[in-house]
Design a protein around this ligand. Structure first.
Ligand SMILES: [Zn+2]
Length: 448
């Protein structure tokens, strides 16, 4: 058993408390009480539950600082992203993902949802192990010490009615049945050496899930196969939704329905589903998402980088769709920045303040995020929950004098203020100096 005395803690409910004593046995909290430290290890600063980064494309990390230089659109950015995708092998993807996941661990992220579509070799030829790329990502997360929900993404078309082209051939399984058949290959093994098991919700650090890339990339008649796989395996189902106006227009032209309506008709909405971006929605779309209890994953630092727009986060919540957060393209990996961006973007869009409380945004980044990835027992400091602890230094130039409160975490802190990270009771804090060297080395190899 390990015991920690948290000087200040936000446990997932109520206000920040002084002097919280926690016991950890086998990676799970067995006691959470207010009281004196006794023999427990003293943890100074403000401690919160582990953060869930619900939308990641690990290889996009290589593009940071390179694609922001010029004008251009989402679509020209995508060409640069495809150039990196075309070079990756299971070995280089493993190295890049491991460094990226270590960067996540360093800023308090204990679980990642990897929206993974780079499945096959050049020209679309499957690897000997057709899930070699998935296995590279799972191994990368294991070595970085974070949990991964591997959201294996069905990607079949370049656009509605258009076959995949160029690097997209590496994404496609041909049809949804072949996508599902590939997932029937033997599961990988998790860190503890036990079969992770697709759809399992035990103490493993690996969770298998599904994704429909978008209405652009999965024909309407193929979507039910993916949704049925997720239902059958009780697995998370994620989908990019209405990030671009052009996507909505193409969908309306082809199907006479919005992307949200198409997903609803395909049976792809519901409590298991997370709609990523959810930027350009009609009032009816908001009602469909909320009524089905579909979650909405906002990625504000990516959405602002790409000029996507500002989605209706508060209206979605009030309709019934909980918020989660992701760093998506990794222009920034910092869930503190994503949290405050949700509120600050709403202020810009409405010219009013006070849409989201700090506690609500912390809930999105912790327990709601973990639930959307299928790690139900994570994201709270509570008896029976997975023992994740993220500690912020409250005496840095950013956080000093801010009250060591929830407002400190959401409106003052950055990932650089995280000093210690425990995942399932294990310390996964990387050495920040070594990490910079590692990131530089693996990215230079891909993009000299
Ligand atoms: Zn994405």
């Amino acid at each position: 058993m390990s015991s920690y005395w948290l000087e200040r803690a936000w446990t997932g409910e109520g206000p920040v408390r002084d002097g919280v004593l926690v016991d950890v046995v086998d990676g799970v909290f067995t006691r959470v009480v207010d009281g004196p430290p006794g023999d427990a290890e003293r943890v100074a600063g403000l401690t919160i539950p582990g953060l869930a980064n619900c939308h990641s494309h690990a290889f996009h990390r290589a593009l940071r600082g390179r694609t922001q230089r010029e004008r251009g659109t989402f679509w020209t950015w995508r060409e640069q992203m495809y150039a990196v995708a075309s070079t990756l092998t299971p070995d280089t993807y493993f190295e890049l993902a491991r460094a990226t996941y270590r960067e996540m661990a360093a800023v308090g992220i204990t679980s990642v949802g990897e929206f993974h579509y780079l499945h096959h070799g050049p020209g679309g030829t499957p690897y000997d192990d057709p899930n070699a790329m998935s296995h590279a990502l799972v191994e990368a997360a294991r070595e970085a010490g974070i949990r991964i929900a591997l959201l294996d993404t069905c990607y079949l078309t370049a656009g509605i009615g258009r076959p995949p082209e160029g690097v997209q051939l590496r994404f496609s399984d041909g049809d949804a049945d072949s996508w599902a058949a590939r997932l029937l290959r033997p599961p990988v093994t998790d860190a503890a050496g036990s079969a992770a098991g697709r759809g399992s919700s035990d103490g493993s650090t690996v969770r298998w899930g599904a994704a429909i890339h978008s209405v652009r990339a999965v024909p309407r008649d193929q979507m039910p196969t993916v949704a049925a796989w997720a239902d059958q395996h009780r697995a998370p189902l994620h989908v990019h939704l209405s990030e671009q106006v052009a996507e909505n227009e193409a969908c309306l032209t082809a199907y006479g329905a919005t992307p949200t309506e198409v997903l609803a008709q395909a049976g792809a909405l519901g409590r298991r589903t997370t709609a990523v971006h959810a930027t350009h929605l009609t009032a009816f779309d908001v009602a469909l998402l909320g009524g089905s209890r579909t979650r909405a994953c906002f990625c504000p630092t990516t959405e602002r980088d790409l000029g996507d727009g500002i989605g209706p986060s508060r209206r979605l919540l009030e309709a019934g769709a909980p918020l989660t957060l992701g760093s998506d393209s990794h222009a920034v990996i910092d869930l503190f920045e994503e949290m405050r961006a949700v509120e600050l973007d709403e202020r810009l869009a409405t010219r009013e303040r006070g849409h989201w409380s700090a506690e609500e945004l912390l809930g999105a980044a912790t327990y709601d995020g973990h639930e959307s990835l299928g790690f139900d027992g994570a994201g709270r400091i509570a008896v029976g929950a997975r023992a994740d602890l993220v500690t912020l230094d409250t005496a840095t130039v950013r956080t000093a004098g801010t009250g060591a409160d929830t407002g400190t975490a959401v409106f003052a802190a950055s990932g650089a203020d995280v000093v210690r990270v425990l995942r399932d009771g294990t310390d996964i804090t990387p050495d920040a100096g070594d990490l910079g060297v590692e990131l530089d080395r693996v990215i230079r190899r891909l993009l000299p």
